[in-house]
Design a protein around this ligand. Structure first.
Ligand SMILES: Nc1ncnc2c1ncn2[C@@H]1O[C@H](COP(=O)(O)OP(=O)(O)O)[C@@H](O)[C@H]1O
Ligand SMILES: O=C(COP(=O)(O)O)[C@@H](O)CO
Length: 580
């Protein structure tokens, strides 16, 4: 149970504030997260990490000398937005380029990817290193699909040490990827975690049982077993990981026995006693092990073991001194504070000139956006419950956060005289920024593509609605790379967009076309229940997901229905106006 909070929606911002207040010698707040408060040598590569909040000390607790240079801090269990990542990277970079490193989750991949594109376009050399250590989340022949869990630590540590040792950009990327290739983790959970303000945990495990192959966002494990003794758990961990020993690995390993939130250090030590013995029996030498909480999942009761098979270079970097709020090793000497660096990085947007025709559609667009917001408020709990079956339960919160921010931004743009395109673009940017997560990125590009199609100078006709939907569908599929049948919002978007295009082509009004499209969307969303997820958070829990529709598909269908209602109301109003 997360007992101590004020407003649940303010939890991640408030914890960031408190974290910075508690660690002024280490970190400084910047838009989107934190950067080192200490000086870094000019020309160094910057290692910027990040992810959702709720995993402390990942990610902000690992910012400091010898470790990361900055951390983008998302909402609880939701990736930070591209905007946040960009801002943190700009504040952290020192002229040697930026390595963005994070656990392999769809939302993080999309947002960090967009930030990398922007940084590279601005001439800041940026490369991504995803962490894929969780052996439970995909088989060895699909290793790149694996999630990142406590193995974040070994990858960030190696990358940060290399950057501070003066390695050049390509060399930091090389050793960080090498560390990831050599890192494997496996975890179990005895009880799920509860989001601040929620009454129920995201999942439960029957008394006396444990969930094997946990996710760090309250995703249930992939199978269940009786809770063994401490030695039994150690054996399970070691057997799983020894079976995954990378090809060509030497006999020296970094070992991390990680508590997920409510397992006591004492219990971890009892388990570690046996882990160390078993590894020694297997002929392995453990190098500077870590036992404690290094990557958590709020109050989840659980533990994981990580092994990183070291070579000489990785060992040197793993054992190099480090000094971060939650990770200290060796002795680094006195730090010099970095007072001089500025923080403001994102330019504020201007309102481009708009034509009268373009502005004429803005009131209707605002009604549409407000209706979308209402759907996300009304459906927040339900979308979250659907998402929790095989995901992390945050789909409702994320959609609501995004839609609320989108409406606020659109209203500001409209009151400053913006045209249709800019109103929607502001909504798109604010949605992606405040929602984070996979759906935040996807709704950002969806609305952004509609905004581009509408523009600020031409009147918006019903054919433009169909063109905009097609552009939005393309943008979502290009960014998310999901195909039809993968069990995502794409399974609704494609048939819905097609239905609207067909109806408009046949001479229907926009309201008629959307009404017909809404029926198609409802049926398509319901049909996702039979599908097996092939992408996104639910993929490792495919069997659990069968029988439940996809959360993003359901929320999209609900939104389409609400938009159809707004268009029908608008049409009835204008007909009454004509009759009067
Ligand atoms: N690659 C993808 N392409 C399109 N939609 C996706 C993709 N991955 C996930 N989704 C959609 O996003 C929804 C989850 O959104 P959200 O809760 O924000 O995700 P997460 O918490 O997993 O980042 C899924 O139900 C699915 O509809
Ligand atoms: O939750 C995280 C990112 O996952 P999403 O795919 O955005 O839900 C984060 O905590 C892990 O980095």
């Amino acid at each position: 149970m997360t007992r101590l909070f004020n407003e649940p929606s303010a939890f991640s911002d408030e914890l960031a504030e408190g974290f910075v207040a508690a660690n002024p010698a280490y970190v400084r707040k910047v838009p989107g997260g934190v950067v080192r408060a200490t000086k870094t040598a000019g020309g160094s590569v910057a290692v910027v990490v990040g992810g959702g909040s709720g995993h402390y000390p990942a990610f902000a607790g690992l910012v400091g000398r010898g470790m990361a240079h900055g951390a983008a801090m998302g909402n609880i269990f939701a990736s930070p937005s591209a905007h946040q990542v960009y801002d943190v990277a700009r504040a952290a970079e020192h002229g040697g380029g930026v390595i963005l490193s994070f656990g392999n989750y769809a939302g993080d991949v999309l947002h960090f990817g967009q930030a990398a594109e922007r940084l590279n376009a601005e001439g800041i050399r940026t490369e991504i290193v995803t962490v894929t250590d969780d052996v439970a989340s995909a088989p060895p022949d699909e290793i790149a699909k694996r999630r990142g869990i406590a193995g974040d630590l070994t990858v960030f540590k190696v990358a940060g040490a290399a950057a501070d040792a003066g390695y050049d950009f390509d060399e930091v990327v090389r050793v960080a990827r090498q560390a990831n290739d050599r890192t494997r983790s496996f975890g179990v959970a005895f009880a799920g975690c509860t989001l601040p303000g929620a009454d129920e945990p995201l999942f439960t495990v029957p008394e006396g049982r444990m969930s094997l192959g946990l996710g760090i966002h309250g995703e249930p494990g992939i199978s269940e077993a009786d809770i063994p003794t401490a030695d039994g758990l150690a054996d399970l961990f070691v057997d799983k990981l020894l079976a995954e020993r990378p090809d060509g690995a030497d006999a020296r390993v970094a070992a991390v026995l990680n508590g997920l939130g409510t397992v006591k250090y004492e219990e971890l030590f009892v388990v570690y006693r046996r882990v160390s013995k078993r590894l020694a029996d297997a002929g392995l030498t453990i190098v500077e092990p870590e036992v404690g909480e290094l990557c958590t999942s709020l109050d989840m009761a659980g533990a994981s073991l990580t092994l990183c098979w070291l070579d000489d270079e990785l060992e040197r970097l793993w054992t190099a001194p480090a000094d971060a709020p939650a990770f200290r090793k060796g002795s680094m000497g006195d730090a010099q504070m970095d007072d001089a660096r500025g923080t403001a990085v994102s330019a504020s947007a201007e309102i481009p000139a708009a034509s009268e025709e373009s502005r004429r559609v803005v009131p209707l667009l605002l009604d549409v956006l407000r209706a979308i917001r209402q759907v996300t408020i009304d459906g927040s709990q339900e979308f979250g419950r659907i998402d929790a079956v095989a995901g992390d339960g945050d789909h409702g919160i994320g959609m609501e956060r995004g839609a609320r921010a989108g409406v606020d931004a659109a209203e500001s743009a409209a009151s400053a005289g913006a045209g249709a395109g800019t109103v929607l673009q502001w909504a798109a940017d604010a949605w992606a920024d405040k929602a984070g997560g996979t759906s935040g990125a996807l709704w950002g590009v969806l609305l952004g593509a509609v905004a581009q199609t509408f523009g600020d100078t031409e009147a918006v006709h019903r054919r433009d609605a169909a063109t905009a939907l097609e552009a939005g569908t393309d943008a979502v599929m290009r960014l998310g790379k999901a195909e039809l049948g993968d069990k995502t919002m794409v399974d609704v978007l494609v048939p819905f967009s097609q239905a609207v295009t067909d109806r408009i082509g046949a001479g229907n009004t926009a309201a008629e076309a959307w009404t017909a499209g809404a029926a198609v969307a409802d049926a398509a969303a319901a049909a996702t229940a039979d599908l097996t997820p092939k992408i996104g958070r639910a993929r490792p829990l495919a069997d659990k997901s069968i029988g439940t529709p996809d959360a993003g598909a359901v929320s999209l269908a609900r939104i389409v229905g609400a938009v159809a209602a707004v268009l029908n109301d608008a049409r009835n109003d204008s007909q009454q106006g004509e009759n009067a």
